[in-house]
Write a protein that binds this ligand. Structure first.
Ligand code: DX5
Ligand code: ZN
Length: 217
């Protein structure tokens, strides 16, 4: 089974993003966490920085919008160069309409769920998305402990994806490391965000490859 590793630059040096993105050539995409100090209690980067990153790497950009009013802002991140945009269902006024708009612009659309948000109410709209993003920490900060109590939700989401008959990726984000990734693989996730595990390693690119190799273990 092939899995994808998407390093989160939240754990990189924001004064050396160019260098730190270049440090993970084996990444399947670069995960970019946008926080607005409203949806989550932290503030990171926005459109101008995404535009700047776009010019400096050929990797796909996997945007994770932890912001209010994604209906207004998510399409702008496609214009800024994102190949995939995740927005949170808790924040979106019209998630299906927004997913269709993102896809019409040529990007992948992903539905994000905070830990306390169940997947069942969204079973009927999964087919509108290219990817489902299950948070395995409370969004807002890197370096938190992996919430293994999310594994039943990951399993259930994988079942619903199978039932849909569509090719929908299942991403987990938060606390993914060599110690936790096996549980998430076993639960059915196939795309893995890793921030502190990758950028805290002596050799970030070797860590990307090592995490990916867990799928074959
Ligand atoms: C948290 C972000 C994550 C974060 C993960 O709100 O969405 O992408 O960077 O960091 P680690 O891997 O350190 O938990
Ligand atoms: Zn993220």
């Amino acid at each position: 089974m092939g899995i994808q590793i998407t390093p989160s630059i939240l754990a990189a040096d924001f004064a050396n993003l160019d260098r730190d993105i270049a440090a993970v050539p084996s990444a399947d995409a670069i995960h970019v966490d946008v926080m607005d100090n409203h949806f989550v209690p932290n503030l990171t980067i926005g459109l101008p920085v995404v535009e700047a990153i776009r010019k400096r790497t050929t990797h796909d950009l996997d945007l994770h919008l932890m912001i209010e009013d994604p209906d207004r802002w998510a399409p702008e991140y496609v214009e800024a160069g994102a190949q995939s945009v995740s927005f949170h269902v808790e924040a979106a006024a019209a998630p299906v309409r927004l997913a269709r708009e993102l896809r019409a612009l040529g990007a992948k659309a992903a539905l994000g769920l905070k830990p306390a948000t169940p997947i069942e109410p969204y079973a009927d709209i999964l087919a509108e998305f290219d990817k489902i993003l299950i948070m395995t920490v409370e969004p807002g900060f890197g370096g938190q402990a992996f919430l293994d109590i999310m594994m039943p939700k990951v399993r259930r989401t994988r079942e619903l994806i199978k039932g849909s008959g569509r090719q929908i990726a299942l991403q987990v984000d938060g606390g993914i490391s060599e110690r936790t990734i096996d549980q998430a693989i076993a639960a059915g996730a196939d795309v893995f965000v890793a921030g502190s595990a990758v950028y805290g390693a002596d050799d970030p690119d070797a860590m990307v490859r090592s995490l990916r190799a867990h799928a074959d273990a």
